[in-house]
Unconditional design. Structure first.
Length: 181
């Protein structure tokens, strides 16, 4: 696993064997960031990375110039790995938070430019993330939510769904908060 682009591009991330995460593949990550780069400016944005796992997506956003990245992970081993890796790379604008994602979203008051969610595919109720983000107004106007999921989920008909991208077994549903009028 590696950081695909930006300032830290090419840096290898070696998670310990006891991490049970399913990291987004480099291929899917590279394509996702090409799509995101066409939707918005990635520099100086504020990002929320949910179900962070290895932190791969968080590192990628920092590498590409995000002003701050909040990485939320409930598993202590994963959370500590993210903290240690960010520190070893000198990523002082990556904030690792150990919390249950659903409780975090219900109490969050900050708004973000990008929210990325990569819940375990078999996690019951994971699609609740989409509704919580929009119901709680956690995206800034024009902000983007990326929800990574298996092919079994579909958000067709959701009023904020912008596009769906599929890379192998990985599917990204991309939502956009409407601009304020």
């Amino acid at each position: 696993m590696r950081i695909v682009g930006g300032r830290f591009g090419g840096r290898v991330i070696n998670p310990p064997r006891n991490l049970r995460a399913r990291p987004t593949t480099d291929f899917a990550k590279e394509n996702l960031f090409n799509v995101l780069g066409n939707l918005l400016e990635l520099e100086d944005i504020e990002v929320l990375d949910l179900f962070s796992g290895t932190g791969s997506i968080s590192y990628e956003f920092v590498s590409r110039g995000a002003a701050s990245v909040t990485s939320v992970e409930v598993n202590a081993v994963h959370h500590n790995f993210i903290r240690r890796t960010a520190a070893s790379f000198g990523m002082d604008n990556l904030y690792a938070v150990r919390a249950n994602v659903f409780l975090y979203l219900k109490s969050a008051s900050k708004r973000f430019d990008v929210i990325f969610s990569d819940a375990p595919y078999d996690l019951e109720g994971s699609a609740q993330v989409v509704e919580l983000v929009f119901d709680r107004g956690l995206l800034r106007p024009g902000g983007v939510l990326v929800f990574e999921h298996s092919k079994e989920h579909s958000f067709e008909g959701h009023p904020a769904l912008l596009q769906v991208r599929t890379y192998g077994s990985v599917r990204f549903s991309i939502f956009r908060m409407p601009e304020e009028e």
